[in-house]
Write a protein that binds this ligand. Structure first.
Ligand code: GDP
Length: 438
């Protein structure tokens, strides 16, 4: 057996393609590859070498790249085998590596090793996960900022400022005269105030971060036959919903997403809202009422040729749409509403712009540091509570012990964001949500 706890996994999705990549990490990786790759002697750091991989019953012409420790993703010796993109070949190569002493990797184990070896902060490792799951350009960019350590540096800066204050008090304890404590408080308060301000800005950025990550939910409601499904298809740019001339075709809700200016919009097409006796339709109507209530944006579609006002309950923004403008009826599009034809596409681009403007309030900006992760948000809130309590103790002029206790709590919470003091349970929970091979 090979020494050094080598892990191996398929790094690309299972399936057919041009190339599949098998990754292997650990100090014994070089020895394993030397036993199955014809030109292992030619391997050097970060250089691709073409040769034959001998997997026993099959051989494949592959490209192998070696990354020497510590200059690799995991910080360990890392080898990638780029083989032909057939599940059969990839699985035989993986089995061969395992037979030679590697162990199949667990979900997120490569990234976990990168974290444990100090290559990534915990927040940066989590950003890798967010990056993989990102569904829009805005989400990719926000996650990429996280991967590049923008949040990490900000949280570390706040952490260090609080730490400086605690250290100053520790030093002052050696001189227990009152005026030294007073002096220390005088110096500490501006530093802590600044830290609290930065922390509050981070917390406030989360509502922006959530939108960058998940986009917006847009419910399409209206009476049967108003043209909701036709509008959904036009917004998506493809046929998704069944469109028929019979009222009540869309009984279930349909969810599909489109991207506009890099932001994700998830459309929920709902059953035509109306009084109904049919059981299945009643359930659909219930779902659509729910969808409208929880949507960020509600598109209320009215047939301009038979305009009937449909009451809608929502906490989001309501956009009124008058559809079928191509019918050239005498009816006019009322002030504040948008006229479209879901049949010809007229007005649909304007509608997309209006939805974007209503959702983002003009621009959705990822400038500055943006919190996108719910775990980080909860920890930042807890840290801010403790920090503010600490500041209040100092302002009150009491003994610094209480304040220092609070500041210590704030540090502990911030440390859980960057991973400075994350427990195994937290790590298990975070990395188990990654895919195998990442
Ligand atoms: P839904 O029940 O609200 O989902 O309505 P559908 O999208 O199924 O459309 C109902 C009927 O109206 C279908 O026959 C569509 O072809 C038609 N329709 C939808 N939009 C338009 C439009 O802009 N112009 C015209 N002339 N017909 C439309």
């Amino acid at each position: 057996m090979i020494e050094g706890n080598v892990i191996a996994a398929l790094a690309t999705p299972v399936g057919r393609g041009a190339v599949s990549i098998i990754r292997m990490s650990g100090s014994g990786a070089k020895e394993i590859i030397s036993r199955c790759f014809s030109r292992a002697d030619k391997l050097e750091h970060a250089r691709m070498v073409l040769g034959i991989f001998d997997a026993g019953e099959i051989k494949d012409r592959v490209l192998v790249v070696l990354f020497e420790s510590p200059h690799s993703y995991t910080g360990e010796t890392l080898v990638e085998v780029h083989c032909h993109g057939s599940p059969e070949i990839a699985s035989r190569i993986l089995r061969r590596l395992v037979a030679l002493g590697a162990r199949p990797a667990e979900a997120g184990e490569f990234t976990r090793r990168a974290f444990l070896n100090g290559k990534l902060g915990l927040d940066e490792a989590e950003a890798v996960g967010e990056l993989i799951n990102a569904k829009s350009a805005a989400a990719v960019n926000a996650a990429m900022d996280g991967v590049r350590g923008k949040l990490h540096r900000e949280v570390e800066g706040i952490y260090n400022d609080i730490l400086t204050v605690i250290s100053a008090y520790d030093a002052a304890i050696d001189y227990p005269e009152e005026d030294v404590e007073e002096q220390t408080a005088e110096q500490a308060l501006p530093v802590l105030g600044n830290a609290a301000e930065r922390l509050n800005a981070l917390i406030a950025s989360y509502s922006q971060g959530e939108k960058l990550r998940d986009g917006f939910r847009v419910a399409i409601v209206g009476l049967p036959n108003a043209g909701k499904s036709s509008l959904l298809n036009k917004l998506l740019g493809r046929e998704r919903a069944i469109v028929t001339a019979n009222a009540g075709t869309t009984r279930d809700t349909i969810e599909e997403s489109y991207e506009y200016k890099g932001v994700l919009f998830t459309l929920v097409d709902t059953a035509g809202v109306r009084e109904t006796s049919d059981e299945a339709e009643r359930a659909g109507v219930e779902r659509s009422t729910q969808a409208a209530r929880s949507a960020h944006i509600v598109l209320r579609v009215t047939d301009i040729s038979s305009p009937v006002f449909l009451p809608v309950e929502t906490s989001g923004k309501l956009i009124d749409i008058y559809n079928k403008t191509d019918l050239k009826s005498n009816a006019r599009v009322p002030e504040g509403a948008i006229g479209i034809s879901a049949l010809t596409g007229e007005g649909v681009e304007e509608l997309k712009e209006a939805v974007y403007a209503a959702a983002t309030g003009g621009e959705l900006s990822a400038d500055g540091v943006v919190l996108t992760n719910a775990r980080h948000y909860a920890l930042a809130l807890a840290a801010a509570d403790a920090l503010n309590a600490g500041i209040n103790c100092l302002v009150g002029g009491g003994t610094p012990d209480l304040a220092l206790g609070e500041l210590g709590t704030a540090l502990a919470q911030l440390g859980k964001i960057t991973g400075a003091n994350a427990t195994d349970d937290v790590l298990d929970d975070i990395f188990s949500r990654f895919c195998v091979g990442k």
